[in-house]
Ligand binder design. Structure first.
Ligand code: 9WO
Length: 248
């Protein structure tokens, strides 16, 4: 059974082209994943298809009404005939991490709920399974974060990314930053010329493997030392890290 996503939004046009392009687009086309975009206005009952209203207590801006969202969730639930996992994207959510992506990629179905304006009627949260944030900033809506979460989850589903090994071995899966990568040509002309590190041209696979480990660990130590607390390192990597720490 392919993993399936329902994205609830008042701007389907913001979401649809992203689902048509690239690796996600190919995975949807081939049926490896399923995605449906639900226009929240289709779940209103008034002539003007109103989804927002003024905040109780006064104040600036508009708040997304609860009933259209409840009707959208009821419709999805009836189709699925199962309780829903509903993810709300907001700056108030828990920080979304690779571990969340991995956990969510094992679910059969996810609803991604995109907000707009100054927020949701708080009662919407009674139907929300988890609230996620992709970072400490405010956007104009939850659509881009929903696509970020979907992209990170979908690429972990078997068959979506061609090379399973690259997904399994990528740095973040193990809690390290990537090692530097190069492709042809071996030298870019200029002053100074920019050369690919000699070891990568050497054909010594053992040395290349160790160089990449050293580079990944050095970068992580330099830029994201917090990751090292939870990284899953092998014996050789632990030795390299200990040595780098000793030598400062
Ligand atoms: C806007 C605003 C303006 C004045 C006073 C208070 C305010 N709060 C907001 C606000 O948080 N608007 C949100 C816009 C409502 C929910 C959807 N929006 C959103 C989601 N912006 N940023 C996100 C988001 C989601 C996940 N990760 C990072 C950001």
């Amino acid at each position: 059974m392919p993993i399936s996503f329902d994205i609830v939004t008042i701007f389907p046009a913001m979401v649809e082209p992203v689902l048509a392009a690239g690796i996600l687009g190919r995975a949807i086309e081939s049926g490896t994943i399923e995605a449906r975009v639900r226009d929240l206005r289709d779940f209103t009952t008034d002539r003007h298809r109103v989804v927002d209203d003024v905040p109780y207590g006064g104040g600036p801006g508009m708040v997304l009404k609860a009933e259209p969202i409840f009707r959208a969730l009821d419709a999805i639930e009836s189709e699925r005939r199962a309780p829903l996992t509903v993810i709300l994207l907001s700056p108030q959510g828990a920080r979304f991490t690779q571990a969340d992506a991995s956990r969510l990629s094992r679910q059969a179905h996810l609803v991604l709920l995109c907000g707009r304006y100054e927020g949701f009627d708080e009662r919407v949260r009674s139907r929300v399974t988890e609230e996620l944030s992709i970072g400490d900033f405010v956007l104009t809506g939850g659509e881009l974060p929903a696509l970020v979460v979907m992209d990170a989850v979908a690429r972990l589903v078997p068959g979506v990314v061609g090379d399973e090994q690259s997904v399994a071995e990528e740095s973040f899966a193990r809690g390290l930053l990537d090692y530097p990568q190069y492709t042809r040509p071996a030298e870019l002309v200029g002053d100074p010329p920019l050369r690919v590190p000699e070891v990568l041209l050497s054909g010594h696979h053992g040395e290349i493997r160790r160089w990449r480990k050293r580079e990944a660990i050095a970068r992580t130590l330099e830029r994201r030392p917090d990751l090292l607390a939870t990284a899953s390192l092998d014996d050789e990597e632990r030795r390299i890290l200990a040595e780098m720490r000793r030598e400062g």
